[in-house]
Design a protein around this ligand. Structure first.
Ligand code: DGL
Length: 283
């Protein structure tokens, strides 16, 4: 018989991570859907962007971050970064789920499933980082659900850095975003997966450029549902009645993270603590 779960264990935070502020689009949904839970968010800003890195490097980073969050008490891990999820999910699951009974919930599969349900024509678009597109993770997830679907994937090397940089609304940015949308318009897709957690932050611009008839798929709500059911299944849902706390760690400049994060989360961020991870990352 497993030992009963204590209140102290149930009060531990849910760990969430991304390379930067993009994962705040997922955290936002988690804060709304699971108000009693505590959250601990880590943005690996010193090593941003992840989108041009290779799978071995991304797997190493994701495992380091997982360890850092679990060391600080995380009871479940949310991979709120598509580039990291596409490269590292099997390794994360093996180490934390199989090895220590800590569930890992990640982007990619939830959006693929939502896109399969949403499309009427079978033509699905994907906007994502070069790392995510190169991984083929979305093709695999979609083809497993329906082998007749057609995925049109567009790698967007500049989009996450533009958003992470504070998103200046100038003409050059608009032209860059429009160029990424163009192949999807030409392919007449009816559904587009925003396959990078930074992209929901420019959702109105993308919707305008792709057209009002195109369904945009974002992962936040589906991730929140999965976190809720995973916590319940292990009896780890928080026993508190009031609003939980949410705290932030980053590997780069904490003040820059706080400023940008407050704007994007649309909630106050409070103190952001800098942590050191791996070699060459600020301690
Ligand atoms: N938000 C991250 C993702 O979902 C990536 C951005 C980056 O670091 O390049 O892929």
């Amino acid at each position: 018989m497993p030992a009963p779960v204590t209140d102290a264990e149930r009060r531990r935070p849910v760990g969430v991570f991304d390379s930067g502020v993009g994962g705040l689009t997922v955290l936002h949904e988690l804060l709304v859907a699971l108000p009693h839970e505590d959250f601990l968010y880590l943005g690996d800003t010193a090593r941003f962007p992840y989108g041009e890195r290779g799978p071995a490097e991304l797997e190493r980073y994701a495992l380091e971050i997982g360890e850092a969050l679990v060391e600080r008490g995380a009871k479940l891990l949310v991979v709120a970064c598509n580039s990291a999820a596409a490269a590292a999910l099997p390794a994360l699951r093996e180490r934390f789920e199989a090895g220590r009974g800590i569930d890992v919930i990640a982007v990619v599969a939830p959006e693929a499933q939502a896109a399969v349900v949403a499309t009427r024509t079978g033509r699905i678009g994907l906007l994502a980082t070069p790392a995510t597109v190169a991984s083929g993770a979305y093709e695999s997830a979609l083809v497993a659900a329906d082998p007749h679907l057609r995925l049109h994937a567009v790698a967007c090397p500049d989009l996450a850095p533009i958003i992470q940089g504070g998103f200046p609304y100038d003409e050059q940015v608009v032209d860059t975003v429009r160029a990424y949308c163009e192949p999807l318009r030409a392919a007449r897709v009816d559904t587009v997966i925003l396959g990078c957690t930074h992209y929901p932050l420019v959702r109105p611009m993308l919707q305008r450029m792709l057209g009002p008839g195109v369904t945009l798929i974002v992962p936040g709500a589906a991730i929140a549902r999965r976190v809720e059911s995973a916590l319940r299944a292990r009896g780890l849902d928080s026993p508190q009645d009031g609003e939980g706390a949410y705290d932030f760690l980053c590997t780069g400049d904490p003040e820059a993270f706080r400023r940008l994060g407050t704007r994007f989360l649309q909630m106050p961020l409070g103190e952001v603590v800098r942590v050191g991870l791996g070699a060459g990352v600020a301690a």
